[in-house]
Design a binder for this molecule. Structure first.
Ligand code: NAD
Length: 412
């Protein structure tokens, strides 16, 4: 047998032309202006991190949990120690409205705040972004729905997530509900001005999440990672990040469901959430998110749960759009693909993701009462979401979307 020294092996490999045995390098742009501090206890750094950004911090949070869990106290203490005055706004509801954001912006202006801190799940973080926008740009907020409509740089923003879910701490998105619109539509502001300046990503803050929120928000992470990985806007770096997120989740989300007080497990899941956020910040989401919004606004399903309900069926629909990617996802989700062809592995993924969703607590829902005309109305609206449809790995029709809703809601 021929034995080669490492040096010789290296030389041999160097003789492989770079366009053989791998995909061609593509041009890409990766943008993440957020400084990230990650790890148990980093919430205590908020004072230090806030000090160079402002003197009066408007702290945006939810109605209950942040105070109840003692997070506000920790933030207050750290800010005061550095001479930063906190002003608390504890009014953000789940799926927050334009009105809440405007009310917060009015108060922040009145109190002459020069820095915004978002502390909470995706809802408070998104409102914090909207407030930072409204302090330097004219109202109403609705004029910024869509992409790149923000005119002036927003007020400095620090994001501190308390759910392992949205990844909003590292995305340029704010999802706000337009309650004046009859369908209570969830609308997105997508603008690079909305990237927080700093993110304090502290797994200690997620130890108190109850089972149902751990499950719903964890499923949201999976949805982000799968959608980003399969998005038409993905590229090798974003794919690597998204796939890593899927791998971590497949291992550790079931673990934290069973061991909610385990800081190492919570760290892994929060890290997966942040990675998925970084990935969607580059690629956007696809059909699952486009279809999920109305299930939240009209059927009152938590955001992650709505996505979880749709994921296997969108997988089935999108599969022929990119068998290879879905096969890789099957493997990353822990599915045994040994001996299977790429197509077979992709198909197998549908069962693998269903089992995973069941394992991490996606409830069996009876939504058979949702009427056909409601489904058709939802589907027609999805067809208007040109950006997400363009991201989707397969071009889909109104009929396809109606079918997916029926499978997900009626089980047919
Ligand atoms: P959420 O912020 O609405 O919070 C859900 C519940 O969790 C609340 O009742 C809250 O009190 C509770 N909670 C939060 N942290 C807790 C803790 N540590 N302990 C105990 N309870 C806690 O839920 P979410 O899923 O984090 O966010 C959903 C929102 O984010 C939706 O509006 C969604 O559309 C949006 N979103 C935004 C982005 C983005 O990039 N900006 C991405 C995905 C989703």
């Amino acid at each position: 047998t021929l034995t080669l020294s490492r040096r010789e092996r290296g030389k041999r490999n160097l003789t492989i032309p770079p366009n053989k045995g791998g995909k061609k390098m593509e041009n890409f742009e990766f943008y993440l202006p957020t400084k990230i501090n990650f790890g148990p206890g980093v919430v205590e750094k908020v004072g230090e991190e806030a000090k160079p950004l402002g003197k009066r911090a408007f702290v945006v949070t939810g109605r209950k949990s942040a105070r109840k869990m003692g997070f506000l106290e920790r933030v207050e203490k750290s800010l005061k120690k550095q001479g930063v005055t906190p002003i608390f706004f504890e009014k953000v509801e789940p799926n927050p409205s334009i009105q809440t954001a405007q009310e917060g912006a009015n108060l922040a202006k009145e109190k002459k705040c020069d820095l915004i801190i978002g502390l909470g799940g995706g809802s408070p973080l998104d409102v914090a972004k909207a407030i930072s926008l409204l302090l330097t740009n004219p109202s109403p907020l609705s004029q910024y729905f869509g992409k790149n409509k923000v005119k002036f740089p927003t007020l400095p923003l620090i994001a501190i997530p308390t759910t392992a879910g949205t990844g909003s701490e590292v995305t340029p998105y704010a999802v706000i509900t337009d309650i004046e619109n009859t369908s209570h539509q969830k609308r997105i502001i997508a603008d690079s001005h909305l990237f927080p300046n700093k993110a304090l990503v502290d797994p200690e803050l997620t130890l108190s999440l109850p089972f149902s929120i751990t499950s719903d928000t964890g499923i949201d992470v999976l949805s982000h990672a799968v959608e980003s990985y399969t998005s038409n806007r993905s590229y090798p770096l974003s794919e690597m990040i998204a796939l890593r997120s899927v791998k971590l989740l497949s291992k550790y989300l079931p673990y934290v469901i069973d061991n909610p007080r385990d800081i190492e497990g919570r760290s892994k899941v929060l890290y997966a959430s942040m990675l998925a956020g970084i990935a969607i910040a580059q690629t956007g989401t696809t059909l699952v998110h486009a279809m999920g919004y109305r299930l939240t606004s009209d059927l009152n399903l938590p955001h992650g749960r709505a996505n979880g309900l749709l994921l296997p069926w969108v997988w089935e629909l999108d599969l022929p759009g990119n068998f290879e990617k879905f096969a890789n996802l099957t493997k990353s989700l822990g599915g045994n693909v040994k001996g299977l062809t790429v197509k077979e592995a992709g198909w197998k993924g549908i069962e693998v993701i269903k089992e995973f969703l069941f394992r991490v607590g996606l409830p069996k829902l009876n939504l058979s009462k949702v009427k056909e005309e409601t489904i058709v109305e939802f589907a027609k609206e999805v067809m208007q979401n040109k950006a997400k449809l363009a991201n989707n790995p397969r071009q889909v029709s109104l009929k396809d979307i109606i079918e997916v809703y029926k499978k997900a809601l009626w089980g047919t």
